[in-house]
Design a protein around this ligand. Structure first.
Ligand code: FES
Length: 118
């Protein structure tokens, strides 16, 4: 699992799984690009707590408009992680900060659920 990603290497729309130090869960983050914006969430579905990408880094629906959990098909809004349909409708993915500096995407070195550092 990679720790940094160049914006130009992420399709628009596109997604990837990134690692970060302090990831107590071990499945990294779901990172999504839409235009010049990049969003990140803990790769942990609110339905079961499992990772959402059956194929590593593939988080988007076929049309690229929503984040889709591969296990039971829950659909999440990219901008805020709210589940719009599926078994966890109304719940949210855990949002993470994204650092986009000189076209390079990185994540903070902490667990977004506990805030603890490794
Ligand atoms: S684990 Fe994500 S929808 Fe069930």
């Amino acid at each position: 699992m990679q720790k940094i990603l160049r914006l130009k290497d992420l399709p628009d729309p596109g997604s990837a799984r990134l690692s970060f130090a302090g990831d107590n869960y071990g499945h990294g983050a779901c990172v999504v690009r839409r235009g010049d914006e990049v969003f990140a969430y803990l790769n942990r579905c609110p339905h079961t707590g499992g990772p959402m990408d059956w194929v590593e880094g593939r988080f988007l629906s076929v049309d690229g408009d929503l984040i889709q959990c591969s296990l039971h098909g829950a659909l999440f809004r990219i901008q805020d992680g709210r589940c719009l349909s599926g078994p966890c409708a109304g719940q949210y993915l855990t949002k993470m900060a994204v650092v986009l500096d000189d076209e390079v995407i990185t994540l903070p070195d902490s667990d977004p659920e506990t805030g603890s550092f490794s």
